[in-house]
Design a protein around this ligand. Sequence first.
Ligand code: NDP
Ligand code: 8X3
Length: 262
Amino acid sequence: MSHTAAKSAGPKIAIVTGATSGFGDAIARRLVAEGWRIVATGRRRDRLDALVEALGGPDVVHPLCFDIRDEEATSTALATLPDAFANISVLVNNAGLALGTGAAQDCDLEHWRTMIDTNVTGLVTITRLLLDRLIAQRGLIVNLASIASNWPYPGGNVYGGTKAFVKQFSLGLRSDLSAQGVRVTSIEPGLSESEFTLVRTGGDNAAYDALYGGADPLQPEDIAETVRWVVSLPSHVNINSVEIMPVSQSWAPFKIHRDTLS
Ligand code: NDP
Ligand code: 8X3
C-alpha cells in the first residue's frame, strides 16, 4: 500500500532569476524543453527579448526586466505578471555575481556591498515576495549557492560569505516550509564556464582563458540538467543540497604560512 500524497495538476510555471546569461539562460531553455512556462528576469532587456523569441514567444516566456537589488522594482515587476504566468510553482534563485578576486585587505567595499545586495538581499527579497504563491502551489525553491558556500579559498571572502548564506538560508527555509509541502534545494556548483568570470574580473579575457583553459569546466547546461532533475522528482522527494564539480577540480592540502610573526 502506498502512502504517497495525491499530486495536483496544472500548468507548470517557473521563475528563473538571472536568465540573461549562463546558468539562468540554460535553465530557462531546459525547462521550456520540458514543457514549463518561464518567467525570465534580468536587467538586460535585449537578452530577455532574445530569449522570448528563441523559446517560442510571449505565451511561453514572460520577461521581467528589473534590478534584483531594488525591492520596489522587484515587487512592481511581480505585480504585473499576467494570469497565465501568475501561479508560479518553482522559483530558481539564480541571479548573482562575484566581484574581485583579491585578498580582503585589498578589496573594494563597494564590491562587497554589491555582492551582499545582490546575492543575499535580492535573493531573500524575491523569495519573500513569492512565498505565498509558492505555498499555495506546494512549490519548490532552487537556490544557486556554490562550492564557495562550503569551502573557503583565498580571494573568496565576501562572495563565499554570501553563498554560505544562500546554502544556510535554503536549509532554514526547508525547515520552515516542510509542513506546507514546499521543497527547497541548494545547488552548489564548482568551476563553471560563463560570463561570471568576466563580471568578476571586470572583463579580463586573459583571466577567463587562464581559469578555464584545459580544465574542462562545468557548462551551464550541466547545471540546467541538475535543475531539471530536481524539478522533475516526485513531490514527496526533497533534494536538500547538491555539490557539483568538474572532474578536473578537487581539493588541495591546507596551506601553512610559516614565520608569521617574523
Ligand atoms: P552569469 O554572469 O553568466 O549570470 C548572472 C546572471 O545574474 C545574469 O543573468 C545577470 O543578469 C543576473 N544578475 C546579476 N546581477 C543582477 C541584478 N542586480 N539584478 C538582476 N539580475 C542580476 O553567471 P552564472 O550563470 O555563472 O551564475 C549564476 C549564479 O550561479 C550566480 O548566483 C553565481 O554566483 C552562481 N554560481 C556560479 C558559478 C560559476 O562558476 N559560474 C559556480 C557556482 C555558483 P543581468 O546582468 O542581465 O542583470
Ligand atoms: C563560483 C565558484 O569556485 O569561483 O561560485 O567560487 S567559485
